[in-house]
Design a protein. Structure first.
Length: 295
């Protein structure tokens, strides 16, 4: 490709950053909630209740086979109590983010399936303690939004990105190099700029910027954000490998065990714990993907 192509793409992407859609108020407010706060349930109920479509989604989930206890719920507060305020917030955050980059094509749905996979897996790794020091809720948000730069790239340069996806890359470094070569930009830089422009809370822009990094991380990252990045990196690897397995969304136990061994080599007892954790996480990913209509 001539140099004129990447320069043109860079100019378009810079312009695209100034024209990014406004994030829904509900999404931004949910992102800023502290799941450990005493009033988390009340805040989640208030925010979801302000959007009838989201409230309907939560009621539908609460009455689904995965959560139903035989009694049909008609009140949002009861639905949130049944599902849990944190899972409800996570579902609504994913739903709201998907509204911004509406998946109209198979490749867009694929990006969202991967994003949800990384979110659930990163949260699970943090909550289990297999990767220590990471905030599970922050891991979910960082996993969901880690590839937001690729969504922005696809908005402006879908053909170029398809060319990248057809390139024989196998590592994150090769992916970033292919994006730079084809588009003149890579998704981590674009994701960082988009997250900063949106005013995403806390360390999210920084984590997005370094989600393909390896230790030692830059000093600006710090131990807490570094632990989240470690969860996202492992989850990213697991999600990609699971999607490439040919079995997704129902993975055989042997496949789950092999994925776990590749991502986090652990002593036998902890490896067994990881297999159970991954099996539950992949089931949750498939359920969430179905609930959002992405399958």
């Amino acid at each position: 490709m001539s140099n004129a192509g990447p320069r043109t793409t860079i100019a378009k992407l810079e312009q695209r950053l100034t024209e990014l859609p406004v994030l829904p108020v509900v999404l931004l407010e949910l992102l800023r909630l502290d799941p450990a706060a005493d009033d988390h349930y009340e805040q989640v109920s208030r925010l979801i209740g302000s959007d009838p479509a989201l409230a309907t989604r939560v009621l539908r989930v609460a009455n689904s086979a995965a959560y139903s206890r035989g009694r049909t719920l008609v009140h949002l507060e009861d639905a949130i109590a049944r599902v849990g305020s944190v899972p409800c917030a996570n579902l609504v955050i994913a739903e709201s983010a998907a509204r911004v980059f509406a998946p109209r094509h198979a490749w867009q749905r694929g990006l969202w399936v991967h994003a949800i996979g990384v979110a659930v897996l990163a949260q699970s790794l943090a909550a289990s303690g297999l990767i220590r020091g990471a905030d599970p809720s922050l891991c979910y948000l960082a996993g969901l939004l880690h590839d937001i730069g690729r969504f922005v790239l696809y908005l402006e340069a879908p053909e170029e990105l398809r060319a990248v996806d057809e390139t024989a890359w196998t590592t994150p470094e090769e992916l970033l190099a292919a994006e730079q070569r084809v588009c003149g930009f890579n998704h981590i830089e674009l994701g960082y700029r988009a997250a900063s422009k949106w005013g995403l809370p806390g360390p999210l822009p920084l984590i997005i910027h370094h989600h393909h990094a390896r230790p030692p991380y830059p000093a600006e990252v710090g131990p807490a954000a570094g632990a989240v990045i470690a969860c996202v990196v492992a989850a990213d690897h697991l999600s990609v490998a699971s999607l490439q397995s040919g079995e997704w969304p129902t993975l055989a136990p042997s496949t789950v065990a092999a994925l776990g061994a590749r991502a986090l080599p652990l002593p036998p007892r902890e490896a067994t714990d990881l297999e159970h954790l991954l099996a539950a996480a992949f089931a949750e990913i498939a359920r969430t993907v179905h609930e959002l209509g992405l399958d």
